[in-house]
Design a protein around this ligand. Structure first.
Ligand SMILES: Nc1ncnc2c1ncn2[C@@H]1O[C@H](COP(=O)(O)OP(=O)(O)OP(=O)(O)O)[C@@H](O)[C@H]1O
Ligand SMILES: [Mg+2]
Length: 372
């Protein structure tokens, strides 16, 4: 698939901007703080419904603007897609599909599919389980809107159960209603676990292969699903676990077991990358996971998603960088960089200079950024 046009209004530092990316590689070149990442973030927002940097819609709205709009046009195997996300300063966001107001937030998913690799991704490897769940959740939501809806229902039930646990501390008769929430958590939690297991199974194979290639066979990357509840009849298992944990949950006034505590293990040569990996190894592991995600999406959708590489070239050694660039054939890619030298070897079809929220087409990658 490919994005043909991106139109921003009142988004981050952009009052107005239209970007028409090339079929292949488009380079966004500019100094720090000019608005390169903001462009990728806007595309990612239309893919997943979320920014990769914040959960607060307000931050995305240009200071002093009343609303932000991200309007994107894409071509896929099944035809043209036209999606607009409107974020008003007051009130709820609106989503328009081909000009028609959508009634559910999940309707945004499945129109534009993309994979973003950014410096923040290091967190997938370095930080706690929440970051790895987010990594899985974002891809699965794009691939299967059903997953997104299961997640919504699960999270809603979890929130209600936790509220109940807090309220029941001063009103014990409320504990009687815990069963109903346990049933809900078990039903939707089992769905989540199914999707996650299937997806991570595919991801694992791709990631280890990709990593072999990028790291030239010097390291073995292993990814494993670490469910909080044992696999096999998940619904029953979740129910049992919730029941056994009741005393603890009542005391702590929160739900201590379930797929909201799932994790994904990331190991290099059998060792936890989080604890033992070098900075470069962690970076390469995060990159391999993203590229694996790209391949799994491709095999599922039968077309490539778009790839966004935010400032990652400068962080890879020349060999890893070259092997990454070789993989971009046939994939619409948006690459940001501050130094054109980072892109040596890239077949850039279009280059834009990003300067204080304006974008200017350039003929080719300059040898050096002109000095002001
Ligand atoms: N809501 C907002 N309203 C106005 N400006 C904003 C808003 N949010 C962020 N900005 C501005 O956007 C700019 C940052 O843009 P962005 O993150 O895209 O930079 P960048 O070109 O990727 O820089 P770097 O090379 O440092 O990563 C900053 O100048 C910041 O002040
Ligand atoms: Mg940036």
């Amino acid at each position: 698939m490919r994005v043909t046009r991106l139109k921003l209004r009142g988004y981050r530092n952009y009052a107005e901007c239209t970007l028409e990316p090339a079929k292949g590689v488009t380079v966004l070149l500019g100094d720090n703080g000019q608005g390169k990442t903001n462009l990728l973030e806007a595309v990612y927002l239309t893919c997943t419904g979320r920014s990769h940097r914040t959960r607060q819609d307000k931050e995305l709205i240009q200071r002093n603007a009343e609303f932000a709009s991200v309007h994107i046009y894409a071509e896929r195997r099944d035809g043209s897609h036209d999606v607009e996300v409107l974020l008003p300063r007051a009130g709820k966001r609106h989503i328009k599909i081909a000009g028609q107001e959508a009634s559910r937030s999940g309707e945004l998913l499945g129109h534009v599919t993309g994979v973003l690799f950014s410096p923040e991704d290091l967190r997938t490897v370095k930080d706690g389980p929440a970051e790895r769940r987010r990594f899985v959740d974002m891809t699965l939501s794009q691939l299967q809107p059903a997953y997104y809806y299961s997640m919504q229902r699960y999270n809603r039930a979890l929130k209600q159960r936790n509220e109940l646990l807090r309220e029941a501390a001063s009103n014990v008769s409320l504990y009687a209603t815990l069963d109903a929430w346990d049933e809900q958590l078990a039903a939707h939690g089992a769905e989540l676990m199914h999707f996650r297991r299937d997806y991570i199974d595919k991801l694992r194979i791709q990631a280890s292969q990709t990593h072999m290639e990028i790291a030239e066979g010097k390291e073995r990357l292993q990814i494993e699903y670490l469910p909080n509840i044992a696999l096999g009849d998940e619904r029953e298992q979740i129910l049992e676990a919730l029941f056994s944990a009741r005393d603890t949950d009542m005391r702590r006034m929160t739900t201590s077991v379930g797929p909201h505590r799932d994790d994904v293990a990331v190991l290099i040569d059998g060792w936890d990358v989080r604890a033992y990996g070098s900075q470069g190894q962690q970076r390469t592991a995060a990159l391999s996971m993203r590229l694996a995600e790209l391949t799994v999406i491709r095999s599922q959708l039968d077309e490539w998603p778009i790839l966004m590489l935010d400032d990652v070239m400068s962080e890879l050694d020349p060999g890893r960088r070259r092997r990454l660039l070789e993989r971009l054939e046939g994939i619409q890619t948006l690459v940001t960089c501050t130094d054109p030298e980072d892109l040596a070897g890239a077949k850039a079809e279009r280059v834009f200079r990003v300067d204080n929220a304006s974008i200017f087409p350039m003929n080719s990658i300059p040898e050096h950024i002109p000095e002001e």
